[in-house]
Design a binder for this molecule. Structure first.
Ligand SMILES: [Mg+2]
Length: 328
């Protein structure tokens, strides 16, 4: 993640720290794309591989008891698969680091690995090694390799005139997280939908792979930190701006039932692991959805002027929004 000037002061500490750490890394000829995208791209012979890593830490990303150990194992892989999906790649192999603490049983780890193995098998990913360490909190970290397509989907490829689409519905996982954390009381089938969107996300691998067949290759990012923040990353990397129509952001029935007209979590909540992509105009929403095999909605357009214009919504109280506002 590279940031400059005025924007740096407005970014969360996490991103400022990343910018410092990656400022002077050794990049040799093998590096096609270094830090700042969903995956790194590394040359290998005539082709190239994708490389990404993600951690889930007890007390930070989840609490034991929110879901099953199987769900936890599967989710740790899914968040990595989503980064490969965002590049249009095919995941191939992973290594796993487990941080274990006293009080967790062998049965717990058997079940965690059961879920991880099943998720890996479903996407033909080999689990080829790992490491175990002791810690105060349980954590699972996965580093994942993938095959890059001929023209990977990158964050820095959006151009003025592109139309912005997202897959699936937004805000569900953030609402599910709040339900699990006891911040929202919901007694309905909506609860089950929202909670499962948080506990068991689906990486949009097929959609990403199909998008990578388009020419020119679309710009893309996966929605892990929330629409406004993730779109902000893509705009920054591409050096463009965007106009987003808040009224066209896709919401699930469950989201509407629980949050009503409040778009805060659809705009600023993370963890949906849907894809956002920017393509040249002329694609019909319905045809795209059929081809990508996932509901797909147009939410706005890329413009040359930097900054993000959000139309049709009152200003939500979320961090991502303030960050983008500062860029405008
Ligand atoms: Mg990502």
């Amino acid at each position: 993640m590279q940031t400059q000037g005025r924007q740096r002061a407005t970014l969360p500490d996490e991103f400022a720290l990343i910018a410092r750490l990656v400022a002077d890394l050794p990049h040799r000829r093998r590096t096609i794309l270094g830090p700042g995208d969903d995956c790194a791209i590394v040359a290998r012979g005539a082709s190239s591989i994708l490389f990404t890593i993600d951690s889930m830490v007890e007390g930070v990303h989840f609490k034991l008891g929110w879901g099953t150990p199987e769900q936890l194992g599967a989710r740790a892989l899914a968040v990595n698969l989503s980064d490969v999906a965002a590049m249009g790649g095919v995941p191939t192999a992973c290594v796993v680091n487990l941080a274990i603490r006293p009080g967790l049983t062998r049965r717990f780890f058997d079940r965690l690995y059961g879920g991880l193995r099943r998720a890996a098998r479903a996407e033909a990913v080999d689990i080829v090694g790992g490491n175990i360490t002791s810690a105060r909190q349980m954590a699972i970290t996965i580093a994942l390799l993938g095959d890059a397509p001929a023209r990977p989907l990158r964050r820095d490829r959006a151009r003025a005139g592109d139309e912005i689409f997202v897959t699936g519905t937004l805000g569900d996982a953030a609402l599910g997280w709040r339900i699990l954390a006891g911040q929202k009381r919901v007694r309905s089938s909506a609860r089950r939908h929202l909670v499962s969107r948080y506990l068991a996300p689906t990486a949009r691998l097929l959609a990403g792979q199909r998008l990578a067949r388009l020419r020119p290759a679309p710009a893309a990012i996966d929605l892990s930190d929330g629409l406004l923040q993730d779109l902000g990353h893509l705009l920054e990397r591409s050096g463009v701006g965007a106009e987003v129509d808040a009224t066209s952001i896709p919401l699930s029935t469950a989201y509407r039932e629980v949050a009503g007209p409040d778009l805060s979590l659809a705009l600023g909540g993370g963890e949906d692991y849907e894809l956002l992509f920017c393509i040249r105009p002329g694609h019909s929403q319905a045809k795209l959805a059929r081809w990508l095999r996932v509901p797909t909605h147009r939410i706005g357009a890329i413009v040359g002027r930097p900054g993000l214009q959000l139309r049709g919504a009152v200003r939500p109280r979320v961090g991502g929004w303030d960050q983008l506002r500062a860029q405008g």
